[in-house]
Design a protein around this ligand. Structure first.
Ligand SMILES: C[S@@+](CC[C@H](N)C(=O)[O-])C[C@H]1O[C@@H](n2cnc3c(N)ncnc32)[C@H](O)[C@@H]1O
Length: 239
């Protein structure tokens, strides 16, 4: 199907509560800042716990891949990565990075253009919060995952003070206004009907700028005490 036709179909179904085309040019600047880079490091640490021991040549689908930031991370683990996103401009940005072992296409997570059990791992990082119907997207991800594989999710924690502040303060024009935030318990209960779920809460970055370099220690200590309030939840769903 031609891209323009596909985009029209996607827009009509309101695949997402926010049009991420608007952020495609500026999106990566968040990861470039000191605070964003620290969140990124801790989020990757949390997700890494759930990557399978052998990844070389395995196929990974990333739903809501945005500018390909995480696709590059997965490709660094030797996955063969397919990234999809409903935003055409996000996909253009991802393609422009020329990430090895990665290909990108516009697609809606509610109806993925792949055959059943195509991928070893399907992942969605800070994307489930923004889709129209999170359950339908997870069902589609499961359909496309081999029965020996797993679904990996990273979501913004609804119990985190910083995420709640963003939802309140960033205004109706921000993506946060349209986001559905899960708490760790909500995410676990949401996923449990589909398989065995493991969850890690991370992303404990102090509010004070001068404390940012200490975040890895804060994150580790908060993890030891099983705090539920970090900004990020990593979840693995084994089918
Ligand atoms: C907050 S961004 C995250 C991007 C990337 N995963 C990252 O963490 O850098 C959310 C992404 O989900 C995409 N998205 C929202 N609804 C979608 C849907 N129904 N299907 C595919 N992608 C979707 C948006 O276009 C956006 O690029």
């Amino acid at each position: 199907m031609p891209l323009a036709e596909r985009k029209l179909q996607i827009n009509e179904s309101k695949a997402s509560g926010f049009d991420f085309d608007l952020l495609a040019d500026s999106y990566d600047s968040w990861y470039a800042g000191r605070r964003g880079a620290m969140y990124d490091r801790l989020e990757k640490k949390a997700i890494s716990r759930y990557l399978p021991p052998s990844t070389k040549g395995k196929k990974l689908l990333e739903v809501g891949c945005g500018t390909g930031h995480w696709s590059r991370f997965f490709s660094g683990y030797d996955f063969e990565v397919t990234g999809v996103d409903v935003s055409e401009r996000m996909i253009d940005a991802a393609k422009s990075k020329d990430i090895s072992n990665a290909s990108f296409q516009v697609a809606d997570g509610h109806s993925l253009p792949f055959a059943d059990e195509t991928f070893d791992v399907t992942a969605a990082i800070t994307a489930l919060e923004f889709v129209r119907d999170a359950e339908a997207v997870v069902r589609e991800m499961i359909r496309c995952t081999r029965k020996t594989g797993q679904v990996l999710l990273g979501v913004l924690n609804g119990l985190s003070k910083v995420n709640r502040q963003r939802q309140r303060q960033d205004g109706p024009e921000s993506p946060y206004a349209a986001a559905r935030l899960f708490s760790p318990v909500e995410l676990k209960e949401f996923l449990e009907p589909f398989g065995r779920v493991e969850i890690t809460v991370g992303g404990f970055v102090p509010a004070q700028s001068w404390l940012i370099p200490f975040a890895p220690w804060v994150d580790r200590i908060a993890g030891m005490f099983r705090s539920q309030k970090g900004a990020f939840i990593a979840a693995a769903l084994k089918l």
